[in-house]
Design a protein around this ligand. Structure first.
Ligand code: AMP
Ligand code: MN
Ligand code: MN
Length: 333
């Protein structure tokens, strides 16, 4: 890394946003590819589809994709704009403008990271504390509740009319990344109100994204939670609670069921930090980290090769579950 790039990662620069440049580059684009992060959530997909719908209406050719898995998670299939999704294998190599949404680093693009090299311009739209500023233009708002909230600010400067379809996509990211309006700040509810006023069904969107699981979710939770462990001395005595989801626990369940587990584990009052180890089909592990107030898990995940936000972060590892717990405990100090 050159000195200039290091300087661009300074705390001061991280606070900067580049709204006018972002709007200008979108306004002038002749074709756009929007990339969401691998193992997509509703914030990355909602941001990608909202922007794609707006570009489509402006007559700009646009495609949206994510590197893995092959299929869009089922809970997101009701989002407007899915007709603009293309399989990863069909993403154009040479595009005028490449936009990434909700990706803290190029690695989050998975197999599509190489498209950064062949695009004319790259625009990174994100809200991760750990964002590495891998675009030509980086629109990063660390304080934003969701990437969809950043997209709204960009749309406002651009003069975009947010109709019900676009609002549906934007609300999906807002409701999920705020934990159904648990992690809010001044302005969050005003933004939600503005989106709801377009006529979208907020209750239905939230239920589909957050509160709908097949019956098999219940025995999976029972098995996985029964083996949860509490390490009260970890994290300098603040405590770590963790659970392990093995492939054998998963059966035919979806990513939605697997991702729900951390939200139960993290409520443990005796632990500042919560972790869920999720075994992938190839034997590698994805680790979700959450903290409550004192521990910055984006730094912990960063040290272990991942990233995220202060209170929600993650990384991947190839080791045994026991080894992963040991290195996590070491990193927590
Ligand atoms: P998750 O636990 O998967 O919900 O992720 C929590 C946060 O950490 C999200 O904001 C992710 O973007 C980030 N994150 C999760 N896994 C990784 C990873 N392997 N590398 C970088 N960031 C990650
Ligand atoms: Mn995300
Ligand atoms: Mn997000």
């Amino acid at each position: 890394m050159t000195h200039t790039q290091e300087t661009s990662l300074s705390e001061l620069d991280r606070q900067e946003v580049h709204l006018p440049q972002a709007v200008a580059v979108l306004e002038n684009a002749t074709s756009v590819t929007i990339l969401c992060h691998i193992q997509p959530d509703a914030d990355t997909i909602g941001s990608g589809l909202a922007l794609a719908l707006v570009l489509e209406r402006k007559g700009i050719p646009v495609q949206v994709a994510f590197g893995a898995p092959d299929e869009l998670p089922e809970s997101m299939r009701e989002l407007p704009g899915t007709h603009l999704l293309v399989p990863a294998s069909q993403v154009r190599r040479n595009v005028d403008l490449l936009v990434t949404v909700d990706c803290g680093s190029a690695g989050r693009l998975g197999r599509l990271a190489d498209r950064l090299e062949t695009a004319g311009e790259t625009l990174v739209i994100d809200h991760h504390r750990s964002n590495t500023r891998f675009g030509h233009i980086n629109l990063i708002e660390e304080s934003a509740e969701s990437t969809t909230a950043v997209v709204v600010r960009m749309f406002d400067l651009w003069g975009v009319d947010i109709d019900a379809d676009v609002a549906h996509c934007l609300y999906a990211g807002l409701v999920t990344d705020t934990g159904a309006f648990r992690w809010v700040q001044p302005g969050t509810h005003a933004l939600a109100e503005r989106l709801l006023a377009t006529g979208i069904d907020g209750a239905r969107i939230a239920r589909r994204l957050l509160d709908t699981h097949p019956f098999g979710w219940l025995p999976m939770l029972s098995e996985v939670l029964a083996s949860a462990k509490l390490l009260p001395d970890a994290a300098g005595g603040r405590g770590l609670v963790y659970a392990v989801i093995r492939q054998a626990n998963v059966g035919g369940l979806r990513s939605e069921e697997i991702e729900s587990v951390i939200d139960i584990v993290r409520t443990t009052s005796e632990a500042e930090v919560a972790a869920v180890l999720k075994e992938a089909a190839d034997g590698s592990w994805a680790v979700s980290l959450r903290s409550k107030s004192d521990v910055d898990v984006s730094l912990v995940a960063g040290n272990l090769g991942g990233g995220g936000h202060r209170f929600a972060a993650g990384y991947t590892a190839t080791a045994t579950a026991a080894e992963i717990v040991t290195s996590l405990v070491d990193s927590l100090g």
